[in-house]
Design a protein around this ligand. Structure first.
Ligand SMILES: C[S@@+](CC[C@H](N)C(=O)[O-])C[C@H]1O[C@@H](n2cnc3c(N)ncnc32)[C@H](O)[C@@H]1O
Length: 301
């Protein structure tokens, strides 16, 4: 594979001792970086090695999982997930064919063929056939895609759509804080999503990597989380769902899902608490019943 002007290949090695297998595990990933590039997709941004390291340290949970990477760019996290045994789809804006082609070159560089890693064009906020035809996903990943407020809603619209199609899907993203004025909170509310941060304090310990060497202290992980409630009586509204669960703690949001065509309840919904303590209380308590009907509760995180 030939490189274009100013491009270089960077090699990343992830190594850890596996307690279960009693041996050292390692993978090598190559990516094409172009620090001088004008196009964002050609630069390896500091959030990407952080997300990749997080995935590496959770690699046993990735095997056989269906993962979509949004705004992959140089695709370090997605390629790593594929090397750890996940079924990965890398994506880049369909409006930037060159960036989609870069993903194909990166797969080639890592000896991954199209049956191992799919490469597609997904433009955030556009519901094209590429999005509609995606198989149910276990995980959506994105590094440094919240880089400009003008794209926040488009990303969340895509994520919300994919999570609605499969409520077990989680979204894991790293971001670089570029302005303390920016917030996705009102948009999370609008798109009926909630997020929680994941501490990166102990990240790198297993792999003997100092994360401060990677990015300083500007990045943070967070995953979107919903509690899934099913077998709800069809007469229950979001207000009554909230009422029932408010006994367990402060609620950020409660929502029953209704069929768009018939307007009838689909018999399931989501509740998001403001603290994990409340979630734990709900999970510890058995026999949840609304209007005499036992309901089923599943954590999504
Ligand atoms: C800051 S870069 C991050 C790239 C890579 N994930 C990383 O962390 O190194 C943002 C990425 O989002 C892609 N992107 C920008 N706007 C997009 C859109 N509307 N839809 C899909 N991808 C987009 C860019 O091409 C670029 O690869």
């Amino acid at each position: 594979m030939s490189l274009l002007a100013n491009e270089c290949v960077r090699e990343f090695t992830y190594k850890s001792f596996s307690v279960e297998k009693k041996e050292e595990e390692s993978v090598k990933i190559k990516i094409i970086d172009n620090p001088e590039a004008v196009a964002y997709c050609s630069i390896l941004w500091p959030s990407a090695p952080i997300l990749a390291l997080y995935l590496w340290e959770h690699r046993s949970e990735l095997i056989g999982k269906y993962i979509l990477e949004l705004g992959s760019g140089t695709a370090l996290p997605g390629i790593l997930a594929a090397k750890c045994g996940a079924h990965v789809t890398l994506s880049e804006s369909a409006l930037l064919p060159r960036s989609v082609n870069n993903l194909k070159r990166t797969c080639e560089l890592n000896d991954l063929n199209s049956s191992q890693v799919a490469v597609i064009g997904i433009t955030w906020g556009l519901f094209t056939s590429n999005v509609l035809q995606l198989k149910p996903l276990d995980l959506i990943i994105a590094s440094d895609c919240f880089y400009d407020p003008s794209v926040f809603e488009d990303i969340l619209a895509t994520v919300s759509f994919l999570i609605d199609r499969n409520p077990h899907t989680e979204f894991l993203t790293t971001y670089q804080e570029r302005s303390s004025d920016w917030s996705i909170e009102p948009l999370l509310h609008k798109w009926q999503l909630a997020c929680s941060s994941i501490s990166i304090d102990s990240l790198g310990v297993e792999s003997d990597i100092d994360i401060n060497d990677l990015v300083g202290n500007h990045s943070i992980h967070f995953g979107l989380q919903k509690i899934f409630v099913s077998n709800l009586p069809w007469t229950i509204s979001s207000r009554e769902l909230r009422q029932y669960f408010s006994g367990f703690g402060n609620i950020y949001q409660a929502r029953v899902v209704f069929d768009r065509d018939t307007g009838l309840s689909k018999g399931f919904g989501f509740v998001t608490f403001q603290s994990e303590e409340s979630v734990n209380k709900v999970l510890k308590s058995t026999n949840h019943t609304i209007e005499g009907q036992p309901i089923v509760i599943q954590p999504t995180k």
